[in-house]
Design a protein around this ligand. Structure first.
Ligand code: 13P
Ligand code: SF4
Length: 396
C-alpha cells in the first residue's frame, strides 16, 4: 500500500486560479479569495445569512443575477439581468454596501454607477467571465491602431457588451461609443450608426461576436456579409484593410462559453422529441441557433415570455441552466412544460462560484465591520467607463 506523498511540483497559475486561490489581476476570472469560508455542510448557513443580513439592515443591498444558484437568489433584494441590475445598483444611493451576486464585470459596473461612499462586494473574486476575458485592453488598443492604419477608425463607433472589463468600457467611452446589454443591443446599434455618416459608418462590436451578428442581421436587417470577425490572435486581426473598409460590423472574436455551445442539432432534436415545442434562446447563441429558434431575447425577455405563455404550452430554453431550472419549477403547476435546450450544456461555472458559504462569509464580514472582496475601479477608468455606461442608460 502506498501513502499519498505531497507533490514536489508547483500547481500551475491556471490550476490555482480555477481553484480560486491565485491572483491574476489582468483576468476577469478574478483574484485570490481570502478568508476562512464556512463549510458547505454547515447546517446553519441559511440562518447565518439571514441573521447577518438582518443585522446589516438597509446598510446592505444584495443584487442577484438570474444565473445565480437558488440558495443565493433567496437572499437577493432584487434579481435581474445585467441591464436591470446596473440600473438597480445606481438607484440605491443610501446603501453603504452593495453585495453583487453575479460576476466580476457586473460588480465593476455597479462600482462605476454607484457613489464614491458606497462599497461593492463580490462574494467570490474568482467569479469572472470567460467572454469578458476574451478582449484585453492591450488587444483592443492594437485593434484600434489597425483600424486607424486602414483609415476606418474615424468612421467607427465602438459598442461594447456589458460583459466586458471596466478597461474595455473605458476604451468605449473614450472613443465616443456606448455599452449595451442583450436587452438594448438593437437600440445601441441604431444609436451608434446615427453618430456617423450612414454611407461609411461602422461599429466595432466587443467582445461577443454572436450578440453583435444576431442584432445586426435580425434587428437591423444587415446581411452576414456586412459583418467581419476581428481575431485578436492573428496579425491585423486576420483581416485586410479592404475587408475592414467594406464591413459595417467589425465583430470581436469572443463568445460565451455557455451559450456558444447550443447547436442547430439541439434545436432539431428537441423539435422531434417534443412536437409543438417553442424554442426560445438568448442572443449570445450562435447565429444558426438563433435563426432556427422561434423567439430570441435577453434573460428578462425569456422570463417575461414564459410568464405570458398559455397553460399547456411547451418550451425549450437556450440559456443558463440555473435560470431554466428555476423557471421550469416556477411554471410547472401552471401546466407550462419547460425543458433545457441541450442536455450537454451546463451551468456557467463562474456564476456558480458564488454559493451560500461565500455569501455568508461576505455578509458576516460586513456585519462585523470588515469589508471583504471589494471591487473598486480606478478613477480614470471609471470616468471614461461611466461615459459609456451613461450613454447606454440614456438610450431612447
Ligand atoms: P443578460 O443578463 O444581459 O441577459 O446576459 C446574460 C449573461 O450572459 C450574463 O452574464
Ligand atoms: Fe460570461 Fe457566459 Fe457566464 Fe455570462 S453566462 S458570465 S457571458 S461565461
Amino acid at each position: 500500500m502506498t501513502t499519498a506523498q505531497p507533490l514536489d511540483v508547483e500547481p500551475t497559475p491556471l490550476a490555482l486560479l480555477l481553484l480560486g486561490r491565485e491572483a491574476d489581476p489582468k483576468s476577469e476570472r478574478g483574484v485570490e479569495c481570502p478568508g476562512e469560508l464556512p463549510a458547505p455542510s454547515d447546517p446553519d448557513l441559511v440562518e447565518r445569512a439571514r441573521a447577518a443580513k438582518e443585522k446589516l439592515g438597509d446598510r446592505v443591498f444584495v443584487l442577484g443575477h438570474h444565473y445565480q444558484r437558488d440558495e443565493v437568489i433567496e437572499f437577493a433584494d432584487v434579481t435581474g439581468d445585467s441591464f436591470k441590475l446596473a440600473r438597480d445598483a445606481a438607484a440605491r444611493p443610501e446603501a453603504e454596501y452593495i453585495v453583487f451576486c453575479g460576476v466580476h464585470f457586473m460588480a465593476e459596473s455597479a462600482d462605476i454607477l454607484t457613489g464614491d461612499d458606497q462599497q461593492v462586494v463580490l462574494p467570490d473574486l474568482a467569479a469572472g467571465c470567460s467572454m469578458a476575458d476574451m478582449a484585453t485592453a492591450e488587444q483592443v488598443a492594437e485593434c484600434w491602431d489597425i483600424l486607424t492604419e486602414a483609415g476606418v477608425a474615424q468612421d467607427t463607433i465602438p459598442v461594447s457588451y456589458m460583459n466586458s472589463s471596466a478597461d474595455i468600457k473605458a476604451f468605449t467611452g473614450r472613443h465616443g461609443g456606448t455599452i449595451c446589454t442583450s436587452s438594448n443591443a438593437e437600440r445601441a446599434l441604431r444609436w451608434a450608426f446615427e453618430q456617423r455618416d450612414p454611407s461609411a459608418g461602422k461599429v466595432l462590436f466587443l467582445p461577443d461576436q454572436h450578440l453583435g451578428r444576431n442584432t445586426a442581421v435580425r434587428d437591423l436587417g444587415m446581411s452576414l456579409e456586412d459583418c467581419v470577425v476581428y481575431n485578436p490572435h492573428k496579425p491585423n486581426g486576420g483581416l485586410t484593410a479592404e475587408q475592414l473598409r467594406d464591413a459595417r460590423m467589425i465583430l470581436w472574436r469572443g463568445h460565451c462559453s455557455v451559450h456558444g455551445r447550443f447547436s442547430l442539432d439541439s434545436v432539431q432534436e428537441v423539435r422531434e422529441r417534443i412536437p409543438g415545442v417553442n424554442v426560445l434562446v438568448h442572443p449570445e447563441c450562435k447565429h444558426e441557433v438563433v435563426a432556427a429558434a422561434d423567439y430570441v431575447g435577453s434573460t428578462e425577455y425569456i422570463i417575461k415570455t414564459l410568464e405570458a405563455a398559455p397553460a399547456g404550452s411547451k418550451w425549450a430554453i437556450g440559456t443558463e441552466l440555473n435560470l431554466v431550472r428555476r423557471l421550469a419549477n416556477r411554471f410547472a403547476d401552471q401546466g407550462k412544460e419547460i425543458v433545457f435546450l441541450d442536455r450537454t450544456v451546463c451551468f456557467c461555472s463562474t456564476m456558480n462560484r458564488i454559493d451560500l458559504p461565500h455569501l455568508v462569509w461576505a455578509l458576516e464580514s460586513l456585519a462585523a465591520g470588515k469589508v471583504v472582496n471589494r471591487i473598486q475601479v480606478d478613477q480614470e477608468t471609471e470616468h471614461f467607463a461611466k461615459l459609456a455606461l451613461e450613454r447606454m442608460l440614456a438610450l431612447p
